[in-house]
Design a binder for this molecule. Sequence first.
Ligand SMILES: Cc1ncc(COP(=O)(O)O)c(C=O)c1O
Length: 301
Amino acid sequence: MRDNAKVWLNGNLVPWAEATVPLMSHGFARGSAVFDVFGVHKGPDGLYAFRMDEHLKRLKSSTDALEMELSQTTDEIIAAVRETVAANKIERGLVKIMVYWAEESIIQLVLDTPLDMAVFVMPENEVLKFDQMDEHISACLSKWRKIHPETVPVGAKACSNYLNGYMARRDANNRGFNVGVLLDTDGYLAEGSTEAVFIVKEGVLKISPLKRVLSSISRMSILEAAPILGIPVSIKPILPEELFEADEMFTAHTGTKVHPVSRFEDRAFQAPGPVTRQLINCFEKVLQFQDDRFSHWYQPL
Ligand SMILES: Cc1ncc(COP(=O)(O)O)c(C=O)c1O
């Protein structure tokens, strides 16, 4: 809980402590909640959201995939984000939008009532640090496999999908690593618990195709930036051997954008390696509003 923080809840700003659901709510007890997260940055002439358009498109496609219907239009959600950011007076931080059924559901599995929505904003602070791209992490091959897209829509940012990520992160932490890299059920690279996983081999940036992973907005941004930076890209299924033979490895997610991996199992990497460094430099400029080629990534708040 954050003292004095305000949460936008179904149209009203309420104290953080009051933004709750009953234990028997469908969102909690059935795990139906969906969310999205994006960054707020201070630009030269005000506050901007990083790729809010893409994050809100993904929120809509997440709910569509789960046959849930948002109660708000995109413009209404943007207005709610602006109101929450202003009420909390943050200048840099994260916005987290939660969509869920607060309605209690004891045995009923499928609900058709309107969805609830909450908008949280979290300022950067000593504990919650963003965009720390110069810090590197260790990764291991998870003993868990990424859930198969024929079991649940893995492209949806659904809270219940995170049990899979939780198990992988737990396993990695138990083994002394920061993150666990999951293979899919056919044995190809999928992603990390909460991050896309890229490798670099002989100067080529490699990532596995979508369909079996979350459509990461950081991944999308990196794949847009790479050709502009002259970095060749390969989007093909990746075997575990390629992870061990890679020249560079990094993860990508909203919190840190590009995060160099210095160790994968017993393999050490230069972190960041040259291609990762090129991408970090690019993102650093973008985050300082110094690269007009990517100005469309920001929307004013
Ligand atoms: C499973 C999973 N994959 C990838 C990502 C990275 O996505 P994004 O770049 O949109 O943060 C996340 C982010 O939380 C995630 O949870």
